[in-house]
Design a protein around this ligand. Structure first.
Ligand code: GTB
Length: 212
């Protein structure tokens, strides 16, 4: 069955792979599934056809036959549950991998998002100087325990899983700021993830669109 995802016609990051279609492409590559991409302009995201796929008018979306999904977490989980390679066979280990996906999206991504949004859109505001240290400390509050967890292992819980895919995707957002270098264990974790052939294929595919 053909799988179609949506991505930006032109990502604002110019091909750094930070838009959330990259994590979906990565999951598809990890399990070896071919996919097609429907490229959307910002205007098209708010038009009826796309709103039928995602009422919030965002990418990525995922279509597989008559199933349409939005939310990168739900999409990666669908791919991981339907195909071998991203979730361990053991029932408890599987639940832990899913727990790490949620931790990435609900606990680690929000302060990172707030920090990167402030960096992008608030740098010239009168409050930027006062607010930035607080935002950085909130990010550190998540990175410290994560770094401790990963200090003695390559991946979060045994073999690479959808939990690592999501956590590394979230941490990658910090790369342009250099923030990750404060945490060498996490910088090494992200580098390990980036070296995976599936990530490299996903990254190259989005780059081809955004920096042809
Ligand atoms: N919770 C949703 C998910 O996980 O799928 C969030 C989806 C989302 O934020 N989509 C963004 C979008 O469609 C693109 S990824 N935005 C358009 C809109 O809302 O109108 C966020 C993103 C965009 C650009 C960069 N960048 O250039 O660095 C990084 C991340």
């Amino acid at each position: 069955m053909t799988i179609t995802i949506t991505a930006f016609e032109r990502s604002p990051d110019g091909g750094k792979g930070l838009a959330r279609d990259t994590r979906v492409r990565w999951a598809l590559e990890e399990v070896g599934l071919p996919y097609e991409v429907r490229l959307e302009s910002f205007a098209a995201l708010k038009a009826e056809a796309h709103l039928a796929r995602n009422p919030f008018g965002q990418i990525p979306t995922y279509e597989e036959g008559d199933l349409t999904l939005f939310e990168s977490g739900a999409i990666v989980l669908r791919i991981a549950e339907q195909h071998a390679g991203l979730l361990p066979p053991d029932d408890r280990a599987r639940s832990r991998a899913i727990m790490w996906m949620f931790a990435a999206l609900n606990t680690v991504e929000p302060p990172i998002l707030e920090f990167s949004m402030a960096r992008l859109f608030e740098a010239d505001t009168p409050w930027a100087e006062a607010r930035t240290p607080m935002l950085m400390e909130r990010v550190r509050g998540r990175l410290r325990p994560l770094s401790e967890r990963l200090s003695a292992m390559d991946w979060l819980d045994g073999d690479f899983s959808a939990g690592d895919l999501m956590m590394a995707s979230v941490l990658l957002r910090l790369k342009p700021s250099g923030f990750l270098n404060e945490f060498p264990v996490l910088a090494a974790y992200v580098a390990r993830a980036e070296q995976r052939p599936a990530y490299q294929r996903a990254f190259a595919a989005q780059l081809k669109v955004n920096a042809p």
